[in-house]
Design a protein around this ligand. Structure first.
Ligand code: ATP
Ligand code: MG
Length: 295
């Protein structure tokens, strides 16, 4: 049964899509079956895995949300084995308004995704930069919320309203919703302000900040223009290694998402509370860097 993670922050440009695409690909590299759902009309997650935003006659997330087509009909494979995408489409721009007039408008994504859950280990939803109806749909469909936070001066601003929105959704629409955690993105260890912001975030949200920190890395910003997750673009880069480490940390937290064989081996050691570290190429358990998945 898939764990559904919504990647949410109403601030623009904080690394939501980069995190959704590369965490999804890194989980798939660990042979988890992953569905990446592009709920942003900008369609960056779709293009990030090589799928154009204009799908022509093909169904997209828009048709699944409006109940016009089964979501299964819209799902496409990607270049990464085990990674599938439910792409965005140009129509999604108007969906927020169209949904207002629809019955159970907050539940549309949940209804579309629920039948798919048994086919995946993880479903990651990339959200637009707002707390509008599309994001509310993601929060209703999700088990957990993953919040990318850029290490800059205003990082914590807006987090309060996001946490209040999560509380409201939990109280009224999805009582099982939990905060998965905060991922610090675009971290530059040479920058004093970034280090201070990291400390502030960790003291404000004790135990909820991932130990893996995503560094600012040019490979992460180049990969989307090639329509590829960074593990297929430059596996050796710090960006690729940091998202592989994030996937590993997430799997450690969600032992349920691991294989029966791994379960039998017992729980993995976990980061207890915030453990700051700038993620450079981190040695994996084996001491080896992971190699790119091949078809
Ligand atoms: N760790 C990183 N290092 C360098 N560049 C990054 C990193 N993470 C993201 N970027 C770049 O920063 C920009 C914003 O990132 P991204 O699109 O992931 O943010 P977003 O939160 O999804 O934005 P939006 O709110 O518009 O959807 C992109 O150009 C992306 O390539
Ligand atoms: Mg985005």
């Amino acid at each position: 049964m898939a764990l559904v993670l919504a990647v949410v922050n109403q601030k623009g440009g904080v690394g939501k899509t980069t995190t959704a695409v590369n965490l999804a690909a890194s989980l798939a590299a660990q042979e988890k079956r992953v569905l990446l759902v592009d709920l942003d009309p900008q369609g960056n997650a779709s293009s990030g895995v090589g799928i154009g935003r204009d799908q022509g006659e093909r169904p997209t997330i828009y048709h699944a949300l409006l109940g016009e087509r089964d979501a299964r009909a819209a799902i496409l494979p990607t270049e990464v084995p085990h990674l599938f995408v439910l792409p965005s489409g140009t129509d999604l721009v108007g969906a927020e308004l169209e949904l207002v007039a629809v019955d159970a408008r907050e539940n549309r994504l949940r209804s579309a995704l629920d039948p798919l859950r048994s086919g995946y280990d993880f479903i990651l939803i990339d959200c637009p930069p707002s707390l509008g109806l599309l994001t509310i749909n993601a929060l209703v469909a999700a088990d957990r919320v993953l919040v990318p936070l850029q290490c800059e001066y205003y990082a914590l601003e807006g987090l309060g309203s996001l946490l209040r929105t999560i509380d409201l959704v939990r109280a009224n629409l999805n009582r099982d919703l939990q905060l998965e955690g905060v991922v610090l993105t675009m971290f530059d260890a040479r920058n004093n302000l970034a280090r201070q912001v990291m400390k502030d975030v960790q003291s404000n949200l004790p135990g909820q900040v991932y130990a893996t920190v995503i560094p600012r890395n040019v490979r992460l910003s180049e990969a989307p223009s090639h329509g590829r997750p960074v593990i297929l673009y430059d596996i050796e880069s710090k960006g690729a290694q940091s998202y592989l480490a994030l996937a590993e940390e997430l799997l450690g937290r969600h032992h349920a998402g691991t294989t029966d064989e791994e379960k039998a081996a017992g729980p993995r050691p976990q980061a207890s509370g915030p453990r700051p570290q700038a993620a450079g190429p981190r040695p994996h358990a084996s001491g080896q860097k992971r190699s790119a998945p091949t078809r």
